[in-house]
Design a protein. Structure first.
Length: 411
């Protein structure tokens, strides 16, 4: 049935488009009227804004005309459909074809149930053919466009809430509460995501005390910064905690973690660096293993901070199938602070006007200045991460994780 030429009629201003919707819009009309009912170039609404009209006689032609500058699509539900389609076949096709566009359904006056079903399956509204005129069409188009914008906003808000919940789950997995009950060691940690990341990256750490009184600490970094890398970091941290409580340490523990990584990673190019420290029950000695990871820094009372030995380190997990990771014994002394960190702390620039990296030597000098100023614990880590960011001239490109274990002993 031909669609009547849209006519203008007097409508109170209150019935015109909602506030905030302005500017010209483009309407794509899909109907098979051979007389070209919608051949008029456009309509003017009460605000003087124009609605430009394009017409398509079938869905194939509509697909060609559905460009990015189209704001709304009006589908005549009387369009011929394929034998296998139901009465809303044409509308459903348009909804699949134009998921970001507002869509209106055009029905006859006796098709109230069909019109309601059209809205239920995804149309923003419906228009009755016999009641259609220019002012009503203009108003309906602008309402439909605004309603679609609101729907898209709601979807984005829902996605944002889901991402926030996922971030919280990842954070709990990557940055757990240490298990140090019964130990005289103090614990502090800081984590700062790198620039432009909605999710946490692949940095992770953990600290636990086993029944024999040994305190085990680790920090690691999965290459990459996406959710897959973050999830892999969570798996490695949980596996490390389980293996540690099972009594594994040193090369045996890291070899097992490498097998976990090889089974769980998305591709063979994914690897992870790791640093593990197990501190003897008396707090004076520790075993150190490095898997492609920067060596920890130790600060002792009355002495400058320095890096622990790192010559005997092994490769990152996932690089060599039969790698070995020697466990080196180090003397800590009675009173000390041990800082473990990921490479985000040392890969920033030395200043905003230079491309030279801070590096481990620059980090050691920075920490010594802060120790000389009397900082320790949480204050020391906060100052270190803040100064690294300031030296870089803004947010760092990589995530930064730092943990600090301290002991105030006698003799």
């Amino acid at each position: 049935m031909p669609v009547p030429v849209p006519r203008q009629r007097n409508v109170p201003v209150a019935e015109t488009a909602p506030r905030g919707i302005g500017g010209d819009l483009t309407l794509l009309v899909i109907e098979d009227d051979p007389a070209g009912t919608f051949s008029v170039p456009g309509l003017l609404d009460a605000s003087g804004s124009r609605i430009r009209i394009r017409t398509a006689r079938n869905l194939t032609e509509a697909e060609r005309l559905l460009t990015d500058d189209v704001h709304c699509v009006l589908v005549d539900l009387a369009l011929p459909s394929r034998p296998q389609d139901d009465e809303l076949g044409a509308l459903k096709h348009v909804l699949r074809l134009a998921p970001r566009h507002a869509v209106l359904a055009l029905t006859a006056s006796g098709d109230a149930e069909l019109a309601a079903e059209a809205v239920r399956v995804g149309a923003q509204d419906h228009l009755v053919r016999e009641e259609l005129d220019g002012r009503l069409l203009s108003r309906a188009v602008r309402y439909a466009v605004e309603r679609k914008r609101a729907d898209v906003t709601q979807v984005k808000l829902a996605e944002s809430r889901l991402r926030a919940q996922e971030n919280a789950r990842l954070e709990r997995g990557l940055l757990p509460t240490p298990l140090l009950e019964g130990s005289d060691l103090r614990f502090a940690a800081r984590y700062r995501p790198g620039r432009s990341r909605a999710l946490l990256g692949g940095d992770f750490y953990d600290t636990v005390r086993t029944p024999d009184g040994t305190v085990h600490a680790m920090i690691g970094d999965v290459c990459g910064h996406g959710p897959d890398e973050a999830a892999l970091g969570v798996e490695l941290r949980i596996a490390w905690r389980a293996l540690t409580f099972a009594g594994l340490c040193g090369d045996e523990l890291l070899s097992t973690l490498q097998r976990v990584l090889e089974h769980e990673r998305e591709s063979e190019e994914i690897f992870a660096t790791l640093c593990t420290v197990d501190i003897a029950p008396d707090g004076r000695r520790a075993g150190l293993c490095l898997a492609g990871h920067p060596a920890p820094l130790i600060a002792r009372k009355g002495r400058d901070a320095q890096l622990l030995p790192y010559e005997d380190g092994g490769p990152a997990l996932g690089l060599l199938p039969r790698a070995r990771w020697p466990r080196r014994q180090v003397e800590l002394g009675a009173s000390w602070s041990l800082m473990m960190y990921t490479d985000g702390l040392i890969e920033g620039r030395q200043g905003p006007d230079t491309k030279q990296r801070l590096g481990q030597d620059g980090m050691v000098r920075m920490i010594n200045r802060q120790l000389a100023a009397g900082l320790d614990g949480e204050a020391l880590l906060e100052a270190a991460v803040g100064e690294v960011r300031d030296l870089n001239g803004g947010d760092l490109t990589d995530d930064v994780a730092v943990l600090l274990l301290s002991r105030n002993g006698r003799g």
